[in-house]
Design a protein. Structure first.
Length: 115
């Protein structure tokens, strides 16, 4: 019974966090946070990178971020261009989680809060 209560509590915290993010965070920040969450929950370390072992289309990823593919794609392109993420088929690959953490925390390159 305790385990069920614990799982319900965890899910409620995640839902509450997602609603808060939808209201207060931009798409770029939410995309970084979702990538980090997927890395934590489904990531597999491999040769200096983390493969997210859940195949996702860009549309499915956009749904997790709370937007549409056309809106999340510029952030994904930026992350890929900077070398922070990539793809292995339909699986996301994280090369630089540190930079994703910085973005998820709303910080610029110098560590200052983005307004």
């Amino acid at each position: 019974m305790f385990e069920v209560s614990k799982q319900i509590g965890t899910r409620l915290r995640r839902i509450s966090s997602r609603v808060e993010q939808l209201v207060f965070c931009d798409v770029r920040t939410r995309a970084a946070r979702v990538l980090l969450e997927l890395t934590r929950d489904f990531g597999r370390r491999e040769a200096g990178r983390t493969v997210i072992d859940v195949p996702l289309t860009q549309g499915e990823f956009a749904t997790l971020v709370g937007t549409v593919r056309q809106t999340v794609n510029p952030s994904l392109r930026e992350f890929k261009h900077e070398g922070w993420i990539g793809h292995d088929g339909r699986r996301f690959v994280v090369y630089n989680a540190k930079e994703l953490h910085r973005i998820a925390q709303g910080m610029d390159e110098e560590g200052r809060a983005i307004e």
